[in-house]
Design a binder for this molecule. Structure first.
Ligand code: PMP
Ligand code: GLN
Length: 416
């Protein structure tokens, strides 16, 4: 079966994003907000830039600028309901991405197997394989037998415990969890996390928990941290992102939180590859977090207002997609939603689809070139065995200005 990956190579994500830019497409492809960070975050950065303290422009502590790790320690001690030591249990890497590299490199050795929930953020596979690990994909199934209504809810895309258990081997080393997830927008439930916890404990696995979208949660849901569950702190590395928390993805600053022994190993990778992150950005994030900590869970919290705003945008896009006969999988958190296109393509035939390339990729290229509409083909987020599922979908990012969404909706309404 043709796939988006083997038809255009691994760089397809970058290619599609460049194609969208070159064609001046309304771009719901790559996952970044086209609006800026909130005022207090901008003010923090400009105050840092103009500060009369020259040291804010020089090297800082290697594993994290002191004011930042202290702010993170305060915030996450509250979230975890345990004292998080800022100096030994927190590391500040280059974005959530850098956090993933440090965590994966420090945990996974050649021949180790890593369980990854699928669909998955596409870099996981390559990161694991680069260090000689073997990714084992655990499918998050759309409901079976197919149910058009239940399929529309990311909550109903779930995994089978038996499937996990039958894929555990002596060399299974880690679970890579992503909640809220990219691209599905799935927020793992307490009972799902309990199953994962029990597997980790029974088979002595490390959990690498990518939670970069932890603060963006809809429908009154609450994000749950697997590291806060009994027996998990000592075996979990949790990854966060200032870029996602403050709508400043270009700042590329993240954090890893975990027990001292696992953190020491992450620090070694970090020290070898990056050594430290930019001081002014760390100071600005520290100041922004201090404000956020004071406002946490109140209506003044940016995390609260961002979630509300993105929920409104999600609802708007979902409603439009349903109106035009495309089926969205409704996300409960994060930036993204998957949209089923194959029924739409069969019924409406807006473009000619051939057998030479994956359907989602052909549709995406056509939409960019002919309709100036940018999306990401979803087969990128599936392993080759389940490309047939991925090809039925595209991924849209709704973390965009209302004017961008309006333009996108206008195009969708006239797609053919
Ligand atoms: N994890 C997931 C699930 C992501 O979608 C992304 C991309 N935004 C990252 C990690 C990387 O985050 P950052 O931009 O902070 O490096
Ligand atoms: N996480 C973002 C996305 O999934 C950005 C990824 C990237 O830049 N490759 O779109």
């Amino acid at each position: 079966m043709p796939s988006a990956k083997n038809s255009a190579g691994k760089r397809i994500f970058a290619e599609i994003c460049s194609m969208a830019i070159e064609n001046g497409a309304v771009n719901l492809g790559q996952g970044y907000p086209d609006f800026g960070p909130p005022e207090h975050v901008l003010e923090a950065l400009s105050n840092v830039a103009r500060s009369d303290n020259p040291l804010l422009h020089q090297y800082c502590r290697v594993f994290g600028h002191i004011p930042l790790v202290e702010a993170l320690g305060t915030l996450y001690s509250r979230v975890y309901d345990r004292k998080v030591n800022p100096l030994t249990e927190i590391l500040v890497p280059i974005g959530g991405y850098g956090g993933l590299v440090c965590a994966i490199e420090s945990v996974v050795k050649p021949g180790d197997e890593v369980l990854i929930f699928e669909p998955f953020f596409d870099c996981y596979k390559e990161m694991v394989e680069t260090v000689g690990g073997i990714p084992i994909f655990i499918p998050l199934h759309p409901p079976e037998p197919p149910d058009p209504l239940r399929q529309l809810d990311s909550d109903n895309w779930t995994f089978s415990e038996e499937y996990i258990l039958s894929h555990i081997r002596p060399n299974t080393k880690a679970v890579l969890l992503n909640s809220p997830s990219n691209p599905l927008g799935k927020l793992f439930s307490k009972s799902e996390l309990e199953i994962i916890r029990d597997v980790c404990i029974e088979f002595d696995l490390t959990c690498i928990s990518d939670e970069v979208y932890e603060w963006i949660v809809f429908d009154e849901r609450k994000h749950m941290k697997i590291a806060a569950m009994e027996g998990m702190w000592e075996r979990t590395l949790t990854i966060g992102s200032a870029g996602k928390a403050f709508s400043a993805t270009g700042w590329k600053l993240g954090w890893i939180i975990g027990p001292e022994d696992l953190m020491e190993r992450c620090q070694k990778v970090f020290q070898r590859c990056y050594y430290r992150c930019p001081t002014p950005i760390q100071e600005a994030v520290a100041r922004s977090l201090e404000i956020e900590i004071r406002n946490l869970d109140t209506s003044d919290s940016y995390f609260v207002t961002l979630s509300k705003d993105l929920q409104r945008k999600r609802d708007w896009v979902v409603k439009t997609l349903l109106e035009i006969g495309m089926k969205p999988v409704i996300p409960r958190a994060g930036y993204f939603l998957l949209v089923e296109i194959s029924t739409f393509l069969k019924n409406r035939r807006p473009c000619h689809i051939t057998d030479h390339e994956a359907e989602d990729l052909q549709f995406t290229k056509w939409a960019i070139k002919e309709k100036k509409f940018g999306a990401i083909p979803a087969s990128l987020f599936f392993d080759s065995e389940r490309q047939n599922i991925g090809q039925k979908y595209i991924r849209l990012c709704f973390a965009k200005k209302d004017s961008t969404l309006e333009a996108a909706i206008d195009i969708l309404m006239n797609l053919g």
